[in-house]
Ligand binder design. Structure first.
Ligand code: NAP
Length: 246
């Protein structure tokens, strides 16, 4: 399979990121699987992709550390193939009612989810500007659109990504770099495994399609935004939420 170029997916060792990495590899990109600590899981994703005839590599860095991000992008720039796609998927949650919110948790969530996406977008844009093409996709959340009690920090980081998307889309459009945002609802991953059965039941009651989503539902939209079929789309915020937020 000839490669369409590189697609970097942050936080691709598990969950939604792993599904995106596999989908992008299936569509012909060479995928760079970023992770922070879970090397074994990241290598499993690489092996799965290769066993399906795709091409992938793993790359460790903490998206919330601007020095590590800069170093990682130096390695990416030295690759034979150009960077065509960045998916800012890495994210964490530290949920707490605001009165109990620890400033350290608040800072960590913003550092990884919001600043991390900005650091990576900045470095990716440097490479894509030279090529005059590229697609950047931010992984926000329905929580960034509608808010959620107990998720002030997470919601702030995810709502922030919508502003980042719209600003970068305006800034980079003249060089044919598109920037779009995906807002998943509740998707079955380790992040939602943390919910109690009662919490899940309460959530499902409010989802018109009556079920949680799958990582593959998000991956399909990301693959569309990464590729040429979405060539006339930029600055958009697209939900994959079973109708939870309309
Ligand atoms: P997950 O299963 O918890 O996986 C998180 C991924 O992010 C892991 O690969 C993890 O790497 C990586 N990561 C965490 N901190 C990082 C850092 N500082 N630098 C680099 N990588 C880091 O999460 P998920 O449920 O798949 O969610 C993926 C994205 O979708 C997140 O941005 C999340 O906010 C968003 N989202 C999820 C849902 C949902 O229902 N699941 C809904 C809306 C939005 P390691 O394995 O190395 O720790």
């Amino acid at each position: 399979m000839s490669s369409l170029g590189l697609a970097l997916v942050t936080g691709a060792s598990r969950g939604i990121g792993a599904a995106i990495a596999e989908k992008l590899a299936q569509t012909g990109f060479k995928v760079l699987i970023n992770y922070q600590s879970n090397e074994a899981k990241a290598l499993e994703v690489k092996t799965r992709i290769e066993s399906q005839g795709g091409s992938a590599d793993v790359i460790r860095f903490d998206v919330g550390d601007d020095v590590q991000v800069t170093e990682a992008f130096k390695k990416i720039a030295a690759n034979d193939e150009p960077l065509r796609v960045l998916v800012n998927n890495a994210g964490i949650s530290r949920d707490q009612l605001v009165l109990r919110l620890d400033p350290k948790d608040l800072m960590e969530v913003l550092q990884i989810n919001l600043l991390g996406a900005i650091y990576c977008s900045k470095e990716a844009a440097k490479l894509m500007l030279k090529q005059r093409q590229g697609s950047i996709i931010q992984m926000s959340s329905v929580v960034g659109e509608m808010g959620n009690a107990g998720q002030t920090a997470y919601a702030a980081s995810k709502a922030g990504l919508i502003g980042v998307t719209k600003s970068l889309a305006r800034e980079l459009a003249s060089r044919s770099i598109r920037v779009n945002c995906v807002t998943p609802g509740y998707i079955e991953t380790e992040m939602t495994d943390a919910l109690t059965p009662q919490q899940k039941e309460a959530i499902v009651k409010n989802i018109p399609l009556g079920t949680l989503g799958l990582a593959s539902d998000v991956a399909s939209l990301v693959a569309f935004l990464a590729g040429p079929d979405s060539r006339y789309m930029t600055g958009q915020v697209l939900g994959v939420n079973g109708g939870l937020y309309i």
